[in-house]
Design a protein around this ligand. Structure first.
Ligand SMILES: Cc1ncc(COP(=O)(O)O)c(C=O)c1O
Ligand SMILES: N[C@@H](CCOP(=O)(O)O)C(=O)O
Length: 460
């Protein structure tokens, strides 16, 4: 299996090189040269597999440069850290299925991919006798999951940029209380988009990227998306009869999670529709419903991890929407840079509406959904998950099974849940133990030069 760039400017690379490259060297994103399909019969034969066994079946189709026994061992080690034996269990509540993705070490869906990516980096670096400097941007969850995926690992330094004061207090503590020598937190005076721009800017400077062996933990790294494909298939196997189509409702920020669902569908998973749920930062909803992809200003919401305007994986979807025409993708991003928007043909917009439906859920509706769901079922939703549940309630009116992705544990966003329900959230030990821990973090302006200087000074 070879990987190509959405911008068409690199020679095809194999899986391990794609993982190490992160952002493609031409500024695009990496994708497999073809999507390996599975048949309905194969899907049926996977019903009794454990999560790690299923993960191997899926991931191995995209990887031909790691021996099978090593790949299975990497996968087993990654999912042994989850507190639930099913890794990503599905529960049924009030007519919808909730796919719980928060049983990893940092209580958010990011652990599913970042435990795997951390182990993968370690494996490749050991094999190649190389070092890696990870530079990542976070609106709160990727950062802590990445830090916990690589803390203390030999040969890896990690620099995580988060928008100062714009994550939840628990998210901030989960990152800054990790004092391992290889972990560096940077609080940026700006938004997540500023952080992501800085990271992409540094990765785009190929001399710097090479000299400091920069690596990516954000979903620009193909391995992130690949690991996330697995739980769509796992969930389908738990809720659907043979051949039955299912709706997935996905709270969306950087478009990585829903793009993984799109890949699962392209591989052969019977998906009726992917519902793209946004908070007030609703550029993607405007795009799907009105064809308007114009960048606005980020606003702070109850679901801070989705406070994003420029969703980086959207580029991967555009590559397929534009029928794998890399020149068209490059032109679209040139237009975005020059005019702050991308224009689409009517035919393209029709295709988009076949692929997705979308709703934007505001603060009031998020609070109401958390409150009502708790009242009706006793189950606590975190505000991101609530956005997805609400979108499903608005968009699905027939009896198609609906799976809502529960992307974080409610205790990570206790303030929002208390505001909605009036009750304190039971605090799991992983969060209780953070209280009073010493922290380390440097604060900087949203300036790539400052971040670069800090990395040089620290790594040497
Ligand atoms: C809890 C939570 N829900 C949803 C999202 C949105 O996911 P994505 O950025 O992959 O669209 C994020 C951030 O990525 C998140 O941390
Ligand atoms: N919501 C994310 C933002 C970064 O997204 P990623 O999936 O590209 O890493 C976060 O919590 O940091």
């Amino acid at each position: 299996m070879r990987y190509l760039s959405t911008r068409g400017g690199i020679a095809p690379v194999r899986f391990k090189d794609a993982v190490m490259m992160g952002l493609a060297d031409d500024g695009g994103l990496l994708l497999p040269e073809s999507i390996p399909a599975f048949s309905a019969a194969e899907l049926e034969s996977w019903r009794t597999l454990t999560y790690p066994q299923l993960a191997f079946k899926i991931i191995s189709r995209f990887v031909d440069d790691i021996p099978a026994t090593d790949l299975q061992a990497l996968i087993d080690r990654s999912y042994a850290t989850f507190s639930h034996p099913e890794v990503t269990p599905v529960v049924q509540k009030d007519g919808v299925y909730i796919l719980e993705l928060f049983h990893g070490v940092t209580l958010a869906f990011k652990d599913v991919a970042l435990q795997f990516l951390g182990n993968l980096f370690e494996y490749i670096l050991h094999e190649r006798h190389e070092r890696l400097t990870i530079v990542g941007a976070t609106s709160g969850d990727t950062g802590s999951a990445a830090i916990h995926g690589v803390r203390g690992k030999a040969g890896i330094s990690i620099f995580i940029l988060h928008p100062h004061g714009k994550t939840s207090p628990v998210q901030a503590l989960q990152m800054t209380s990790v004092l391992d020598e290889n972990v560096h937190n940077i609080a940026v005076d700006g938004t997540f988009d500023d952080c992501q721009d800085i990271v992409k800017g540094l990765m785009g400077d190929l001399e710097f990227k090479q000299k400091y062996s920069l690596g990516a933990v954000n979903s620009i790294n193909w391995a992130r998306v690949l690991a996330q494909v697995v739980y769509y298939i796992y969930a389908w196997l738990r809720v659907a009869e043979q051949g039955r189509k299912v709706v997935f409702s996905v709270p969306t920020g950087n478009f990585g999670d829903i793009f993984a669902g799109y890949m699962a569908q392209q591989m052969g998973l019977p998906v009726e529709k992917l519902l793209l749920a946004t908070n007030e930062n609703n550029i993607l909803t405007r795009f799907i419903n009105q064809g308007d992809y114009s960048v606005g200003t980020v606003v702070q919401t109850l679901s801070p991890s989705m406070d994003i305007q420029v969703a980086s994986n959207f580029e991967r979807y555009l590559f397929y929407l534009f029928k794998q025409d890399a020149a068209r993708v490059s032109a679209a991003f040139a237009q975005l840079k020059a005019e702050g928007k991308i224009s689409f043909s009517q035919q393209e917009l029709q295709q988009v509406r076949q692929d997705f439906r979308s709703a934007s859920v505001d603060r009031q509706a998020t609070l109401e959904t958390i409150r009502q769901f708790k009242h009706d079922t006793g189950y606590l939703l975190d505000p991101h998950t609530a956005v997805g549940v609400r979108a499903a309630q608005e968009l699905v009116t027939d009896d198609t099974p609906v799976v809502c992705l529960a992307t974080a544990h409610p205790a990570k966003f206790g303030e929002a849940v208390v505001e909605a329900t009036g009750d304190a959230v039971p605090v799991p030990p992983a969060i209780a133990q953070l209280e009073g821990l010493p922290t380390r973090c440097v604060r900087m302006q949203a300036d790539a030069g400052q971040v670069r200087a800090f990395i040089i000074l620290t790594v040497g």
